[in-house]
Design a protein around this ligand. Structure first.
Ligand SMILES: *[C@@H]1O[C@H](CO)[C@@H](O)[C@H](O)[C@H]1NC(C)=O
Ligand SMILES: *[C@@H]1O[C@H](CO)[C@@H](O)[C@H](O)[C@H]1NC(C)=O
Length: 185
């Protein structure tokens, strides 16, 4: 019995020591890659979603048989490469691009699922990106969408994006959406 307990404690000890070493290697790795401590960055930009015309930046790539009969376009899948701009005007400075997929995942309410990278090109964020993944109740005044990761300046990012429709053309479906993103990285 005592032997069993000692063997068990030895294994437990090994497991704990093993984990500590892993953590040290991990935190040392972070130091080596230049990551110091967490910081919070607030980003503000406008998402230009153009679905109409001869040069749309978001295109429908799939749908279900019932999508066109659904009031929420349930089953629609869009692929987007939308410019992110400094101001609401589509001709204002481009600060990045929103690349990825959004689709209609709600049957009773317009509820988009967004799975996108916001890849930035301006100033110190050039080449850095954040990953946005979550539900977007597009007709609500302000939506909250999780930020689940990032690259470059935004390595190990987590945070939240607040989205608010700035304008929506009911005929074409083109929309401009204001974003305030808070990123911890
Ligand atoms: C961003 O980086 C790319 C590639 O390194 C470079 O070609 C481009 O000029 C940079 N853009 C800005 C605005 O600095
Ligand atoms: C973003 O922040 C600005 C300034 O605080 C505010 O005026 C605006 O309403 C906010 N928009 C969203 C979508 O949170």
């Amino acid at each position: 019995m005592a032997k069993t307990i000692i063997a068990f404690l030895a294994i437990l000890h090994l497991a704990v020591v093993g984990r500590t070493h892993d953590f040290e290697a991990w935190s040392q790795g972070l130091r080596l890659t230049g990551i110091k401590s967490e910081q919070v960055t607030d980003l503000h930009f406008y998402f230009q979603d153009t679905v109409s015309g001869t040069d749309p930046t978001a295109v429908r790539v799939a749908q279900a048989t019932g999508t066109d009969r659904s009031p929420t376009l349930f089953g629609m899948v869009m692929m987007a490469d939308d410019p992110l701009t400094e101001g609401p005007d589509p001709t204002s400075n481009v600060v990045g691009r929103a690349q990825g997929i959004y689709g209609s995942a709600g049957q009773n309410e317009v509820g988009l699922i967004m799975s996108m990278s916001f890849a930035f090109t301006n100033r110190e964020y050039n080449g850095s990106s954040i990953s946005v993944l979550g539900r977007n109740l597009a007709l609500h005044p302000v939506r909250e969408i999780p930020v689940v990761g990032g690259t470059g300046a935004f390595r190990l990012a987590h945070g939240v994006a607040l989205a608010q429709t700035y304008s929506l053309n009911p005929v074409t479906g083109d929309a401009v959406v204001e974003y305030n993103v808070t990123v911890v990285h």
